[in-house]
Design a protein around this ligand. Structure first.
Ligand code: KG4
Ligand code: ZN
Length: 367
């Protein structure tokens, strides 16, 4: 089936067209189009996302993205049907342009979510297609399926899995029994990992969006130069806390002679502290629950140092569940940050499981 998906939970207007096959046993996804209109330039002067500006941009961008999608899939017919819009629409429906519409309903910024939901409802009515609501976090969770690595691999031997979602708003560790049964093991008690990257980036006067900028700077620094705390590392639970780490950076910058501060060292040491906590808890869960795989997703999964550390640790015997090999799956880089392809993947599973979500903005929807 072809799924047209819409994602507007924060500052990216995203639209995708995906072909999904294989059911729950052997799901396969072909990305026909993945469009993202970034709003970085709009929010950069404010140092963060301004919800009403983001909403205005979504409302402006959605029809533009949809029309470009439409154009691509009808280019051969555009000439023929130039003056007959109704016919064009009918012919596209007959051509099975898409079967299902999916839209993110939460969590996220409510004015932004409403922009996507309103657009999706109008499309569903106009095209007479079913509409399904998607949890943005499930989108991230399933984004590991959007990678070349999985193309020829069966998922049968991948569960149980430990999934770590690290985004700007969430840090969640999950135990997945199979593709659709999961249980939350822990989450952040204060700031999310991405939020901490963004706040520390601001302390270092780096431009918005902070996370990727901090990673760039960290490449020039030493990750062992400053001993920042690893909050909750030794606690026997699966929760996280990043606000103390951010405050430790604040105090360090406040108390040091500005002339001796090497920002790249601060960035690299902070990044290392965050990576240490994230990986330690994930691997501990993998050992405890005898996981077959680790799944990493969310905007912070874009961080190359974090991905490399995971890749390195899955090779290390002491990190593994006794006598087992561990798979590591993370989406291709473009599907770590917000995108609509992952929304379509979650919608496919929601559709197969006949899951109904209310089509209203749910800013604090959780897993
Ligand atoms: O998943 P996402 O696009 O949006 C949310 O659902 O929140 O995640 C955005 C977060 C931001 O905090 C951003 O700074 C962080 O992901 N991020 C990164 C990197 N790329 C994005 N953090 C660290 N390193 C990166 N390369
Ligand atoms: Zn997200």
């Amino acid at each position: 089936m072809k799924i047209l998906s819409i994602e507007t939970s924060c500052d990216e207007t995203a639209l995708a067209l995906i072909e999904a096959n294989g059911g729950l046993k052997n799901p396969r996804f072909k990305i026909l189009k993945n469009l993202v209109a970034s709003q970085i330039k709009i929010h950069q002067p404010f140092g963060g996302v301004v919800p009403n500006l983001a909403k205005r941009e979504h409302i402006k961008n959605l029809p533009i993205l949809f029309n470009s999608l439409l154009k691509k899939f009808t280019s051969s017919r555009v000439h023929e049907l130039k003056n007959q819009p109704a016919k064009l629409v009918n012919s596209l429906i007959n051509n099975n342009f898409f079967d299902l519409i999916a839209v993110t309903v939460g969590p996220g910024l409510e004015p932004c979510l409403w922009a996507g939901i309103g657009f999706a409802k109008d499309l569903a009515k106009k095209w007479n297609k079913p509409l399904i609501g998607v949890n943005h976090l499930e989108g991230h969770l399933y984004s590991f399926l959007l990678t070349e690595k999985l193309k020829n691999q069966k998922l049968n031997n991948s569960f149980p899995a430990i999934a770590l979602i690290v985004s700007g708003g969430h840090t969640i560790l999950l135990l997945m029994k199979d593709l659709t049964h999961y249980k939350k093991l822990g989450e952040t008690r204060d700031d999310a990992a991405g939020e901490a990257f963004d706040k520390v980036a601001r302390l270092l006067n780096l431009p918005y969006p902070g996370g990727p900028e901090l990673e760039k700077l960290a490449k020039y620094g030493s990750s062992t130069s400053i001993d920042f705390p690893r909050p909750m590392l030794d606690q026997k639970n699966y929760d996280f806390s990043f606000s103390g780490l951010k405050t430790a950076v604040l105090y360090y910058l406040r108390d040091q002679n500005p002339k001796t501060i090497l920002k790249a060292n601060v960035a690299a040491s902070f990044q290392q502290a965050a990576i240490d906590v994230l990986t330690a808890k994930t691997f501990r869960a993998a050992r405890e629950f005898k996981a077959q795989s680790i799944l990493l997703s969310g905007g912070v999964a874009n961080n190359k140092a974090l991905r490399q550390t995971f890749r390195k640790l899955v090779q290390k015997k002491t990190c593994l569940p006794a006598g087992r090999k561990l798979n590591f799956f993370a989406p291709s880089l473009e599907f770590t940050t917000d995108n609509a392809s992952m929304t379509a993947v979650a919608a496919y599973f929601g559709h197969l499981k006949k899951k109904k979500r209310r089509l209203i903005a749910q800013g604090d929807l959780n897993l």
